[in-house]
Design a protein around this ligand. Structure first.
Ligand code: ATP
Ligand code: MG
Ligand code: MG
Length: 348
């Protein structure tokens, strides 16, 4: 059989590895950190950093295709890998989603609605942008933000100084605050032949900037559902994308607004493990391996809930519940804010 290389050994890499194994593939994880969660289930693991050219070369040579669970892989490492083996989804999707400014420009140029935004290289730019966009607004670092990290909310112009100082000189964007009723996401897939399949949109609730629950079906009208899926398809086609992509959307009275995209399997797609016969992880493996996409239609209502930090104390009780499927990541140390696992509650 062939070997799928996965850049990143966190829980997403772990669940991709399990799905790949189920389809008869071998997986090889490349992860800079020690004892990666995916290391427990993969066939091979390379624990080296992205500057280690010899390790990257050996990894790439051992794989037939390479994918990633993490969008911040340095360009130099990708260049080296790509000299040996194809990377799916492609470089363009990574380039665009690594930088919020590039991503916003891309989405706007596709004709999709995004929050009002401005490039903020420095304090003067922030003052100018505040005059245009106003408050409430959110200052976000262009790169490396996740789980609401690298963000500062501005209630009024008087918050500007503290917000920009907290960014320590990192280039930012300012976004106008979107008055949304709720948040949804579409997990979409595109195969090598260009076929597209979308999972049913999920409704997301965040707690302290971290995804707390995803509920399917989401509260959306038929028209909104169609819009959400068409937006995702447009993004996939524009990127000539192969694999699974997550699209986060705000629902407003004026229509759907795209918040951000993630060029990988997505936390808000974990419900598919119990809600569909082919989940997002298998769908991604099918797509990158050149298989036909699987049946991602939803056969049941599901609520996915993340287990963050000491939520792990709930596991013994959850393990007794009938409609609960547990997914634990095997992380040794429990830390506040750390994603330790999740569970899917099937609603019958
Ligand atoms: P993720 O973990 O999803 O990658 P992130 O750190 O990249 O998160 P965002 O998704 O940009 O951050 O923002 C986190 C949350 O903050 C959003 O899900 C939403 O609830 C809120 N938020 C972000 N931008 C806006 C906005 N422009 N208007 C209103 N709320 C916003
Ligand atoms: Mg994000
Ligand atoms: Mg987000």
């Amino acid at each position: 059989g062939s070997t799928i290389g996965i850049l990143g050994g966190g829980q997403l890499g772990r669940m991709l590895s399990v799905a790949a194994s189920r389809l008869g593939f071998r997986t090889h994880i490349f992860e800079p950190g020690a004892a990666p969660p995916a290391g427990h289930v993969a066939d091979a693991v390379t624990t080296a950093d992205y500057e280690d050219n010899a390790a990257l070369k050996a990894f790439a040579s051992a794989c037939d295709i390479v994918t990633f669970e993490f969008e911040n892989v340095p360009t130099s490492a990708l260049d080296l890998i790509e000299a040996h083996v194809p990377i799916r989804p492609g470089r363009e999707a990574l380039r665009i989603s690594q930088d919020r400014l590039t991503e916003k420009d891309f989405l706007r140029d596709l004709g999709l609605n995004v929050a009002p935004y401005a490039d903020i290289p420095d304090r003067a730019a922030l003052d100018a942008a505040l005059a245009e966009i106003g408050t409430p607004s959110i200052l976000k670092t262009r790169r490396f933000g996740y789980d609401g990290k690298g963000q500062a909310r501005l209630r009024g112009p008087e918050d500007a100084a503290e917000a920009i100082e907290g960014m320590n000189g990192a280039p930012c964007v300012l976004e106008g605050f979107v008055d949304f009723s709720h948040e949804v996401s579409v997990i979409a897939a595109r195969g090598t032949s260009g076929e597209v399949a979308c999972f049913d949109p999920g409704e997301n609730v965040h707690r302290d900037g971290i995804l707390h629950t995803t509920t399917v079906p989401a509260r959306l009208s038929a028209a909104q559902r169609t819009d959400a899926v068409l937006m995702a398809g447009k993004i996939l086609n524009a990127l000539d994308y192969v694999g699974v992509l997550g699209v986060e959307l705000f629902v407003t009275t004026g229509g759907l607004i795209v918040n951000e995209i993630a060029p990988r399997v997505h936390n808000s797609g974990h419900w598919t493990q119990q809600g569909c016969s082919v989940d997002q992880f298998e769908q991604h493996i099918r797509a990158i391996a050149g298989w036909p996409l699987g049946d991602g239609s939803r056969h049941t209502d599901v609520v996915m809930e993340n287990l963050i930090g000491h939520d792990m104390d709930r596991v013994p009780e959850l393990a007794r519940q009938k409609d609960v499927s547990l997914h634990l990541y095997g992380k040794a140390d429990v830390k506040p804010g750390r994603k330790m696992g999740h569970f899917n509650r099937v609603m019958r």
